[in-house]
Design a protein. Structure first.
Length: 284
């Protein structure tokens, strides 16, 4: 992985990079990405981010000598425990740019105690289960993602206070939003729940969706890239990527070795799988 830059081949006539050797390297590292295998762009993106993070981890293979204790019923203590045991040993330019933090609160229905938990995320997945042949708004995806979930029947929560399984309610919220926010639109297997269209917007504001204690001066994001599935033979998909040029405010489509200028209307009408947003430094 440290030699990944040498894997790039350049087409001198077209002045673009053909990453064939990088592709061969990925296939050798993970058979999932072989040409004959079915995979998707989310799996590949997650794998690339994970590999780059591990290679660029400032902390190497350090281990904690004394693991701190944690009281899960105290929010600040739970977050400090999370940061100490994870972030301090897990820091790279990749984690700084792409890693966000989720906070989940589990409330026991028996004793009404609240328990806090924190975890990293690199990609948020929005399911379109209830939007087949309907319009789907990106804010609906966010709201469904943070919608409280009831744990009952066979999915009860073991409460350390009651010392038994209890019904509980879990609420998840974005605790920290990263500089680059990646969203996966999950249509289900074979695109079973594909909406009529998706309104994702060039600018989004997630101020109301982030934990109160971590609201910054700006939580607006601008769309900079879209990965789209344009189909393919059998079970093999063909993915293209749309990217915006910051300096020119133009959109380009990357289709294998071909790079051409396009319009946002074409981006908007595509079959979006991955949306990538960049946080703005201040509100517009």
């Amino acid at each position: 992985m440290k030699n990944i830059i040498t894997f790039q081949q350049k087409d001198e006539k077209k002045n673009n990079v053909i990453p064939k050797n990088l592709y061969k390297f990925l296939c050798a590292m993970n058979k999932q990405f072989e040409k004959s295998a079915e995979n998707d762009s989310k799996d590949l993106l997650l794998y690339l981010l994970k590999m780059m993070h591990e290679e660029l981890n400032y902390c190497g293979d350090q281990k904690l000598k004394n693991t701190p204790k944690c009281n899960p019923s105290r929010e600040v203590e739970s977050f400090n425990f999370f940061m100490t045991t994870n972030n301090n040993l897990n820091l790279s330019i990749i984690s700084c740019l792409f890693y966000g933090v989720l906070k989940s609160i589990t409330v026991c229905k028996g004793c009404n105690f609240s328990f806090y938990n924190f975890q990293y995320f690199t990609i948020l997945s929005f399911h379109t289960l209830n939007y087949k042949d309907k319009s789907f708004n990106i804010y609906q995806g966010f709201k469904n993602f943070i919608k409280p979930e009831l744990m009952t029947c066979d999915n009860q929560y073991y409460c350390p206070i009651c010392k038994s399984l209890r019904d509980a309610k879990i609420t998840t919220k974005i605790y920290y939003a990263p500089p680059y926010l990646i969203i996966n639109i999950d249509y289900g297997k074979n695109k079973k729940y594909k909406p009529k269209n998706i309104d994702f917007g060039r600018l989004i504001d997630i101020w109301d969706l982030v934990d109160e204690s971590n609201k910054l001066s700006s939580l607006q994001y601008r769309l900079i890239s879209v990965i789209s599935d344009i189909g393919g033979a059998g079970s093999i998909g063909n993915y293209i990527t749309y990217c915006q040029n910051n300096d020119e405010d133009k959109w380009y489509v990357f289709n294998d070795s071909r790079v051409t200028e396009t319009t946002f209307e074409d981006v908007y009408s595509s079959s979006q799988c991955i949306l990538i947003y960049k946080k703005l430094k201040k509100n517009i």
